[in-house]
Design a protein around this ligand. Sequence first.
Ligand SMILES: Cc1ncc(COP(=O)(O)O)c(C=O)c1O
Length: 412
Amino acid sequence: MFPEHGMIWKDLERELWAARLEDVPWQRGWDYMYWPETEGNLGLVAKAAADQIDNQRILGRKGNPSALKVEGEVQAMVKQILGAPDGAATTLTAGGTESNYHAVKVARERARAERPDLESPEIVVPYTAHPSFDKAGQILGMRVVRVPAGTDFRADVAAMGAAITDNTVMIVGSAPNFPHGVVDPIGELGALAQSRGIRCHVDACVGGFLIPFLRDIGQNVGAFDFSVAGVGSISADLHKFGYTPTGISTFTLRDEADLVHQRFAFGDWPYGHYQTDTFAGSRNAGAVAAAWAVLKHLGAEGYREKAEQIVAVSAALQTGIEAIGGLTVIAPPEAGILVYSSDEFDIVAVADGLAERGFPSRWAKAPPAIHLLLSPLAIDPIYTDYLAALGEVVSGVKAGTIKRVSAEAVYS
Ligand SMILES: Cc1ncc(COP(=O)(O)O)c(C=O)c1O
């Protein structure tokens, strides 16, 4: 309720703390479906940086050199991490959904400019692509064609090629996809796009700030960035494995000339020329300052260390899960997501039993499977506790003492 009389901070603080007690204990490394929050010292650095330029705006930043500085430096660091060539352009957005929206908009506007006769531009995406592409399609009035993925859960390049028509303006690959955590064959998708004269966008919202460092430490993850010919744009979320507070993603175009298709510009009103590269107008520069501080505080070395922790957590979980019996990791957990299932018993009942024991577990629909976001915080003893709980729950499900209570997989 909107109070008639203002409340003192102590009371507000108490109320917030009480509400926070209900939240998933991400500090234990168990994030449910959310991304590793900025823990400990990293969290303090992010908050302090955000406070420094809180209330500065990204729109109207000409009067705020501090906002311009952090924005420009984050853009430069992102381009470097993604291997962008000279002449690339990075936009800082509010989240992965917005970044993917820009990819679809650029494809539509560019096609309109080059092929004015094209009436119904379409995009072709693997069935595993994030729903934000359909959201963008709905907003932009474009058909989104979803093509079944291969049995390895990766984009089926031949099937995507067969789905391309004269109306297709862009294809998409994920690095990795969210439901199964595997990286699509981006090299082949880039080559396909080039051979058909259309755009290729990589949704690296999950892996954009993880895969480069996994590759650095010798992990065998496919190339997904601008080193791949034919990749025209990449979405990469800082607020996922960039470990920055929520509210910041990035959209990078290989060629800044395409910004004209992303940009909204308008002058027919009394106040003068209005221009934005993002969906929102005014935005608080605090999230950008926090990302700037986290990127610089960790440095490449810090990101490599976190990648190493994720690999260790992933290996321990995979071994432990498969040792229980009846459970299989369904795809290589190559980029921060581990998904496991069972042919022998109801995996949803397992997820429900885990939730009851303090390990809320998101499960995917097809195939039914438990979906884990790997956190560098989940080091021993956290995964040991998880595996112990999992073993108990599996015994309970097999014995019929633990049953499914959830109705359907929900992603919201
Ligand atoms: C592959 C992928 N793309 C895009 C998004 C959308 O990101 P956001 O929730 O930041 O809008 C997600 C979110 O989980 C994702 O996993």
